[in-house]
Ligand binder design. Structure first.
Ligand SMILES: [Zn+2]
Length: 159
C-alpha cells in the first residue's frame, strides 16, 4: 500500500493508471484531485525479482495450507514443523522441492528416512510456488480494502 502523495506523483509521472477512486478530494492551490484507491502499474518494475517467492518457514506453511503433507491434517503454526523429504543428513537440500510442512508426530515417525522407506507417501510433490503470498505483498487479510479484491491475483481467498 502506498500513500496518496506518492500515488499522485506516480500518476503525474504517467507510471500508473487509476482504476478506482476514494470518495475524498485533496486540493492544491490550482487543482483538486480525487484520491485514487486502486492503481495499476503501467510497467512491472523488476518483475522477475518481485515475483520471487522467498523461501521461508511461514511461506512453506502457506504453500502447504498448514496441512501436514503426510497425515493430511491441518495444524496451527506452532504444531507444524519443517520436514526434509530427503533428510539433510543424506544430502537433502533446504529448498522448495525438498521441504514440506509436517506435524511433529509424522516428522518423528518418518525420522531419517525417505517417504517411500517410511511408507509415508507425500500428499503432493513439493515445488516452488508461483504466487506471491500476502505477507510478501505487505498485506494483511483483514486490512485489505474490499475494493482491491477484483484486482488481486486469481485464487486468492478472502475471509
Ligand atoms: Zn502429520
Amino acid at each position: 500500500m502506498i500513500g496518496w502523495q506518492k500515488a499522485l506523483i506516480l500518476w503525474l509521472q504517467g507510471k500508473v493508471d487509476i482504476l478506482e477512486y476514494h470518495e475524498v478530494h485533496v486540493r492544491s492551490a490550482s487543482q483538486s484531485f480525487q484520491l485514487p484507491s486502486v492503481l495499476r502499474l503501467r510497467k512491472f518494475i523488476h518483475r522477475k525479482y518481485a515475483q520471487q517467492v522467498r523461501f521461508s518457514r511461514p511461506n512453506i506453511y502457506l504453500r502447504d495450507d498448514h496441512t501436514c503433507q503426510y497425515c493430511a491434517k491441518k495444524f496451527p503454526t506452532k504444531e507444524l514443523t519443517l520436514d526434509h523429504v530427503m533428510p539433510v543428513s543424506r544430502g537433502g537440500q533446504h529448498t522448495w522441492d525438498n521441504v514440506v510442512a509436517a506435524c511433529g508426530k509424522c516428522n518423528n515417525k518418518k525420522g531419517n528416512r525417505t517417504p517411500s522407506e517410511a511408507r509415508m507417501p507425500l500428499l503432493r510433490t513439493p515445488a516452488k510456488p508461483k504466487w506471491l503470498p500476502y505477507n510478501e505483498l505487505g498485506l494483511k487479510k483483514n486490512s485489505t480494502p474490499d475494493i482491491w479484491v477484483d484486482y488481486l491475483p486469481h485464487g486468492v481467498v478472502w475471509n
